[in-house]
Design a protein around this ligand. Sequence first.
Ligand SMILES: Nc1nc2c(ncn2[C@@H]2O[C@H](COP(=O)(O)OP(=O)(O)O)[C@@H](O)[C@H]2O)c(=O)[nH]1
Ligand SMILES: [Mg+2]
Length: 301
Amino acid sequence: MLFRSGSVAILGRPNAGKSTLMNYIVGQKVAIVSNKPQTTRRTLLGVANRPGAQIAFYDTPGIHEPHSKLGKVMVDFAVQTLPDADAALFVVDVSKPPTDEDKHIARLLKSFGFERVVVVLNKMDRLRPEYVQSNYDEYEELTKPAQMMMTSAITGENLDKVLDLLVPLLPESPPLFDDPDFYTSQTVRDMASELIREQVLHNTREEVPHGVAVQIEEWEEPQHGNTSEIIRISALIVVERESQKPILIGKKGQMLKKIGTAARVQIESLIGAHVFLELFVKVGEHWRDSSVRLKELGLSE
Ligand SMILES: Nc1nc2c(ncn2[C@@H]2O[C@H](COP(=O)(O)OP(=O)(O)O)[C@@H](O)[C@H]2O)c(=O)[nH]1
Ligand SMILES: [Mg+2]
């Protein structure tokens, strides 16, 4: 039987729904999701297997006008996935007309070749009937002759059709990854720290989310012969300013406790074991503009 396998870069502006879409297709929580822009900070691999095809998706940070070193690194990460990709998914928020960022990405993709691009008109569940035609036309004008599909990454509507458009663009090849259970290259430590950051994003507002990084400090597996099955994890939440510390800790530590409990439940379901999670908050002045800190946090090369 003919088998196709290849890599697909998922590009789009912040908040279009790229990570939600990849998670749905892969069937696993590969990338954390939030309603704050710039949630995804590095390119994340998510592998989807279906009869006759294997697709290696690369979910990227949203392409935007960067205001910090981190922002610049993130945009570079996104753009760098393109030369190695067999095809690209351009995810847009169809409930709104194209923005300057969408236009910028469209120009970038033009040099890649629109015949290898599928445009995902996402958030169709939010598209008001009176804008269906005009928004559709504007995105079509911007990206023709790329194929387009209206989707909802939340309900999964039409995501199977996106795959139907995508698979024929991939080369004939055996699977790139042999192990059918393999779905991401992230370590469980990486994923645990991301799950903690996701809870910070969910529970804080305004300037805090962008300025937060999470670092796993200790990860202690239960000793052999020990009756306790608990994995002890301690993690550091790095904020940019002293004023953000009390926000994260909350009154009598309530906020940190809430974040910790929610993250622990997620980490337990990820690794299938009981977890004791301890969180600390530390100020790392202007870490987003420090090359050294970005490297320490694994956010740049
Ligand atoms: N209504 C609606 N919301 C969506 C859809 N896809 C994603 N979202 C929401 O949009 C926000 C950003 O999603 P995310 O996947 O993090 O976007 P990314 O920055 O492009 O990776 C989150 O709050 C998602 O729940 C969709 O199809 N419909
Ligand atoms: Mg994302």
